[in-house]
Design a protein. Structure first.
Length: 322
């Protein structure tokens, strides 16, 4: 059997690929921090049997029209909204993702963002850097309590449940909203199912962990923020487009809600002139939800195992099926 040709769309250490050198013929984009140019990607996809892709690559009809022999795309992410799944299925091209291996790491970051936003840690750090700390006072940079408060999780998948387990350790009242009730999560974690409106009206912390779909795009809009408590803190570690960023900006600026912590944005990367960065009550991160060394390594390993399973085994481990 001729070794399948695999294109890796971002530079990664060859130490991850070495165990598969006998099975695959790898080529790889030469930059780690810069996405592969579209024209290069279109040219490369015409030559390969498989691909390891990143969220920065749009896998659409145009790309598929160039894919003469492509059989599988192994996406280095749990999300796959960068890929036109129906078109892939029509062309019998398998898509895989990397669920489970990043669950706990992303939940860690979600809760870290919640803590940092509630206790105004970024503001406090800047306060010292700017030589503003001259005296102690009772309400100097006073934030919000977390212990014993109510958290509302929108999207009770694997990551949502992992966040809920962390919230349980803070003795929080856990509300959740999902497309369907999760009785196991209710039994094991003590979470309470509510409607979306009841959740956003009741929770002190609203955490978005929903996938991006037609139904969830701009789920959090002007009306949603208006229903939240003025003391509410909003956290988004799902996809940027589930939020109407203009509405969020106005809600933060006008103190309709207290604060927001964001790891994702509608268009990425954002620049330093992004309106949300002007606001002291917004903590913004560069999409690093699963960015621990150990988790990134596990994600790469799973991508490679999916490719190997497809070409040499009983099939890929984590195929995306709609």
């Amino acid at each position: 059997m001729t070794k399948p040709k695999i294109y890796v769309t971002r530079k990664i250490s060859e130490k991850y690929l070495e165990p598969y050198f006998d099975d695959f013929d790898f080529t790889m984009w030469s930059k780690e921090s810069i996405p592969v140019p579209r024209e290069t990607l279109l040219a490369k996809v015409s030559e390969v049997d498989g691909m390891i892709s990143m969220l920065s690559e749009t896998i659409d009809k145009q790309l598929i029209s160039h894919a003469k022999q492509l059989k599988i795309v192994s996406n280095l992410a749990v999300g796959f909204d960068n890929i036109d799944i129906p078109t892939m299925q029509k062309n019998n091209i398998v898509v895989t993702n990397t669920p489970d291996v990043l669950t706990e790491t992303t939940a860690d970051l979600t809760f870290a963002l919640l803590l940092a936003t509630a206790r105004r840690l970024v503001e406090a750090n800047e306060f010292i850097k700017n030589d503003e700390w001259e005296h102690w006072s009772p309400f100097l940079l006073a934030g919000a309590d977390i212990f014993g408060q109510t958290i509302g999780i929108v999207g009770m998948g694997r990551i949502g449940q992992a966040v809920a387990r962390r919230a349980k350790g803070f003795n929080m009242n856990i509300l959740y909203h999902n497309r369907s009730r999760d009785m196991e999560a209710e039994r094991e974690i003590g979470a309470t199912y509510t409607s979306f409106d009841e959740l956003i009206e009741t929770a002190d912390f609203i955490v978005s962990l929903v996938p991006l779909t037609d139904e969830t795009k701009h789920l959090f809009d002007k009306g949603s923020f208006a229903k939240m408590k003025s003391s509410a803190i909003f956290i988004n570690v799902s996809r940027g487009q589930v939020v109407d960023e203009k509405a969020l900006y106005e809600a933060l600026k006008n103190k309709t809600i207290q604060a927001a912590g964001l790891d994702v944005f509608a268009e990425e990367p954002i620049k330093s002139d992004h309106p949300l960065l002007e606001l002291p009550n917004a903590v913004c991160l560069p999409h690093i939800g699963s960015a621990s060394v150990q988790t990134r390594e596990k994600m790469i390993e799973l991508c490679l195992k999916n490719l190997h399973g497809y070409f040499y085994g009983a099939g890929p481990l984590t195929e995306v099926r709609l």
